[in-house]
Design a protein around this ligand. Structure first.
Ligand SMILES: *Cc1c(COP(=O)(O)O)cnc(C)c1O
Length: 477
């Protein structure tokens, strides 16, 4: 690993993982989401080194940690103000409390934002950055996204009531938890549209992809995405990895264990590690949908049907952000990335060559934790420490156990236990209470449309809800 020592004021620009775009600034990367050639945006160099922030509060440190990635799109003072505002919605004074689990083991609680999952840390900031960038450019965008639960709630909470932005979220009807559904459907701002699709999460994702490729829809709406393929989310996640790693590394580099689904959070950790964060190994923690564990452990992966688990936010078989790691592993060769992605999509599998497999084995570990183990870990953690942990965090704790190491281990706790109360109660006999700001969640009216699994029906629901024809909804190019 080499740290690039160019002056910090040098602005990072972006290119596509597939080689099709070059020199794009952060503002466009943020608003466009996907690169024009279908690839994902990545920085053209890894900036660094980052400042020492272990003694600073997170909200104070975060703008410095993110600055190299956003410089050029916004002035430093405004950026600091937007970061402060974004994290003022968090209910814990430290924003990200670090909690000792046992000797040499910590958990970093990333779930104290408004919707109780780690996604708020990036999404709250994205809401601010979008509004700033849209006002600066006079653009008006419509965010479209599919959710298995957490992303939709975090996006709606971050973008509700903002000008120049609408947010349309597709969730699989009757396949998200009641807390997750209510967090989305009780938001009644005019710029929020909730569509419950008669289908699975994969169907929702296919509909979003189809919408983005549909010239009639994109002629009416300037569509964009804020799921974890949006580089802005990776930037925000990179910052907390630096801060956590620096704070926990008094005895040398840590191992960081990350419950993983779309490979977003752990890819951000990889970027932080390349920038110089004191991280020894990155540990991929998966549930029974273990494609990423087999990528790390066997240097090959085969996509199967999604299997429901107790950690539903990680029930994913096609992890979008893996493309960014492939770009690193293939030394930024866009043609090789495009070929690998094509092979994976068309054949359903990908096998790494020996040299690449060796590089993966040197830096990464992975473990898979099934539902029975997940519940056992929740039970044991409660018995040993008195703490309730959610099933996703439990998968991380289980993977930390499996990855034996001399180093301090830090597990990212990705959701609040009250988001998955049934599993928590089953494992511990205790019902986790929602934080006070969500007290009325079960009493509020819900607003959403149930829509057949067809693009035409989604398009109709969108135009009905957003009133196409009014000048503010005409796409500006
Ligand atoms: C989204 C999510 C994950 C998976 O994160 P990725 O960045 O997609 O790997 C894990 N746990 C929870 C609670 C989540 O909401």
């Amino acid at each position: 690993m080499s740290v690039n020592n160019r002056r910090e004021s040098d602005t990072v620009v972006y290119r596509s993982t597939r080689g099709g775009a070059a020199g794009v600034g952060f503002g466009d990367v943020l608003l466009d989401g996907l690169a024009p050639d279908g690839g994902l945006y990545v920085p053209d160099r890894i900036p660094g080194p980052v400042p020492s922030v272990a003694d600073r509060p997170y909200v104070d440190a975060a703008p410095d940690l993110m600055w190299p990635f956003v410089a050029g799109a916004i002035d430093r003072e405004t950026f600091g103000k937007l970061v402060r505002e974004a994290y003022s919605t968090f209910t814990h004074p430290e924003v990200i409390p670090l909690v000792a689990l046992g000797s040499g083991q910590w958990i970093a609680e990333l779930f104290h934002g408004p919707t109780l999952a780690f996604k708020d840390l990036a999404m709250q900031l994205l809401g601010k950055l979008f509004e700033h960038q849209l006002t600066a450019t006079g653009r008006h965008v419509t965010i479209i996204g599919a959710t298995s639960g957490d992303t939709g709630a975090a996006a709606i909470e971050a973008f509700r009531g903002r000008s120049n932005i609408e947010v349309v979220i597709l969730h699989p009807n009757e396949r998200v938890s009641e807390v997750q559904r209510r967090q989305m459907t009780t938001v009644t701002d005019d710029n929020v549209v909730n569509l419950a699709i008669d289908g699975t999460f994969d169907d929702c994702q296919d509909l979003v992809k189809a919408a983005l490729a549909d010239s009639e829809l994109t002629g009416v709406f300037d569509l964009t995405v804020v799921n974890s393929i949006n580089w802005g989310r990776i930037v925000a996640q990179t910052a907390y990895v630096h801060w956590i790693a620096q704070r926990c590394s008094s005895d040398g580099p840590i191992d960081l264990v990350v419950p993983t689904g779309n490979f977003g959070n752990i890819y951000a950790a990889r970027v932080a590690q390349r920038m110089g964060a004191p991280i020894g190994r990155l540990v991929v923690a998966t549930n029974r949908n273990a494609v990423l564990a087999s990528f790390v452990n066997d240097a090959s992966m085969t996509i199967g049907p999604v299997e429901p688990s107790l950690s539903p936010s990680m029930d994913i078989q096609v992890p979008s952000n893996l493309e960014r790691l492939l770009s690193e592993l293939f030394d930024d060769d866009g043609t090789a990335v495009a070929r690998a992605v094509h092979t994976l999509r068309t054949t359903g599998s990908l096998v790494l060559d020996d040299a690449t497999a060796t590089r993966v084995a040197q830096g990464w570990s992975a473990a898979t934790i099934d539902d029975d183990e997940t519940v056992e870990i929740m039970t044991e953690t409660y018995a040993a420490t008195g703490r309730l942990v959610d099933p996703h965090t439990a998968v991380g704790i289980g993977a930390a156990r499996a990855a034996s190491t001399e180093r301090t281990q830090v597990v990212l706790a990705t959701a609040h236990p009250a988001k998955f109360p049934d599993t928590v109660e089953e494992a511990t006999g205790r019902w986790p209470d929602l934080p006070p700001h969500l007290d009325s969640l079960y009493d509020l009216d819900e607003q959403y449309s149930i829509v057949p699994n067809e693009l035409a029906a989604v398009a109709r629901a969108m135009t009905d809800a957003l009133g196409v024809g009014s000048p503010s909804h005409v796409r500006r190019s």
